[in-house]
Ligand binder design. Structure first.
Ligand SMILES: NC(=O)c1ccc[n+]([C@@H]2O[C@H](COP(=O)([O-])OP(=O)(O)OC[C@H]3O[C@@H](n4cnc5c(N)ncnc54)[C@H](O)[C@@H]3O)[C@@H](O)[C@H]2O)c1
Length: 432
């Protein structure tokens, strides 16, 4: 029987843990958050993942009932019961710097409880070099064991998209490397329990760590580029969404869509992970730096555009009330980490604007968050349509305008409605 301990029970760790238990393993999920662990052991999760039409909430309840999954705050408990340990603890970026303390403390705790023949598989996205230069020495120092001989260490980048986790654990080709041949073989075997797609072996862990950052950075640059294009098409009075749709009919073009900015844990952090290493080797990352800066400036551009639109109809932003619809960092997600919506709201609040925001999927509590979409829209001067979400409706335009203040504005960051229909319902309409 396969035993797996998964450290970190967040957006990656929980569905990963449940994937292993669905596939017959006994799984211990470890997280430092006591409240989260209590919720999980009571069968409660706020995640929106699904597996074959079954909600993650139901999968969790089922696996708890079958005794295949258990959550705990104790790494010692997980490592004692399991010989396969998977790390999904992240590296936050604080003021542009990679903050390793969570990852380090999880590794030290694992090391203190490590047994001979255990495998540690890192799935966190890291600064290139982290596994060799930080994780391996910590494991050896605090366990007193020799890596590659007494225990095994490997890295497999995590490539899932939130909302498609279960499906992508199975179907996404996975790239791995080990500290030595035996480590790589053990990791391959562990991955193949849940992954039906190719497991691709790389020459070194550093290559896999770097490839993962590159995957995320190509999206950051792609989005920065289409945002710049959006300014160009706006000036030409043509629709950016149509331009991109046409360009994407070319078989070798894959442009992403512009929107309210780039959020979540993965893409905004990627530049800073690479830069942490680039600084050590005195390398400038001009293009990547500029792309990141451009993406970080989108919320402020949107607030500036809103101010412009309000002025054009004789309104003062400071006296306005704005309905922000969608708080999540992307469509159909409950994740509001580093969400552009939160940044936009922060900028609006700094200007003294009254903000009411609505998102039925985001569970975080905010003072400006309201329970219904109409409550957010009522008496507002403008609607900011930031994400598509189950439970958010954009096409009741007549009803919206009838409860808003005079000369309402609709700022459409997602092309959710058309200019003509918006204008017919009395809106001044702007699309990214
Ligand atoms: N979210 C995604 O879609 C995604 C996709 C690919 C890769 N990744 C990477 O996977 C990693 C995890 O991302 P996530 O979105 O699941 O993050 P998350 O914040 O949702 O989950 C991480 C969890 O680790 C826990 N944790 C922190 N320190 C701990 C410790 N010492 N011991 C035990 N638990 C600890 C936190 O409490 C948290 O619940 C990150 O490196 C991220 O970059 C994420």
């Amino acid at each position: 029987m396969c035993n797996v301990c998964i450290i970190g029970q967040g957006f990656v760790g929980l569905p990963l843990a449940l994937s292993y238990s669905i596939n017959g393993c006994n799984v211990v999920g470890v997280d430092i958050k006591q409240e989260l662990v209590n919720e999980l052991n009571n069968g409660v999760t706020h995640h929106t993942e699904k597996h074959e039409n079954k909600k993650i909430q139901n999968i969790l309840e089922e696996q708890l009932r079958l005794n295949k999954y258990k959550a705990t705050t104790l790494i010692s408990e997980g490592v004692e019961k399991c010989s396969n340990i998977i790390i999904t603890v992240g590296i936050p970026i604080i003021n542009g710097n990679a903050e390793f303390s969570d990852l380090k403390s999880s590794i030290v705790d694992v090391a203190r409880n490590l047994k001979k023949q255990d495998l540690i598989l890192i799935r966190s996205t890291v600064v290139p070099g982290t596994t060799d230069e930080l994780i391996k020495p910590l494991l050896e120092e605090y366990s007193g064991l020799k890596c590659g001989e007494d225990f095994y260490l490997a890295y497999a980048s995590e490539r899932i998209a939130e909302g498609r986790a279960f499906e992508e654990f199975e179907s996404m080709p996975t790239v791995i490397a080990g500290i030595n041949e035996k480590s790589a073989r053990r990791a391959e075997k562990l991955l193949k329990i849940i992954c039906n797609a190719e497991v691709i072996r790389a020459d070194s862990i550093k290559i896999v760590e770097t490839a993962k950052i590159l995957e995320n950075l190509q999206r950051d640059v792609n989005i920065a580029m289409v945002q710049e294009f959006a300014r160009f098409t706006e000036a030409l009075n043509i629709d950016i969404f149509q331009v991109i749709k046409l360009a994407n009919t070319h078989k070798r073009v894959n442009l992403l869509m512009p929107g309210s900015g780039v959020g979540g844990y993965c893409i905004p952090n990627a530049y800073y992970y690479l830069n942490a290493k680039a600084e050590q080797i005195s390398l400038e990352l001009d293009l990547l730096k500029l792309s990141r800066k451009k993406n970080e400036q989108i919320p402020s551009f949107i607030v500036g555009k809103l101010q412009e639109l309000l002025i054009s109809i004789g309104k003062d932003i400071k006296k306005s009330k704005i309905a922000v619809i969608g708080i999540a960092m992307k469509d159909y997600s409950n994740d509001d980490r580093m969400s552009p919506a939160i940044e936009i709201i922060k900028l609006l609040l700094q200007k003294g604007v009254e903000v009411k925001a609505f998102d039925p999927k985001v569970s975080t509590k905010y003072t400006y968050k309201v329970d219904t979409q109409l409550e957010a829209i009522e008496n507002s001067d403008a609607i900011l349509a930031l994400v598509k979400q189950d439970g958010i409706i954009y096409d009741n335009l007549k009803e919206f305008s009838s409860i808003m203040k005079i000369h309402p504005i609709f700022m459409d960051l997602k092309a959710v409605i058309g200019k003509r229909e918006a204008e017919e319902s009395g809106f001044k309409y702007w699309r990214i």
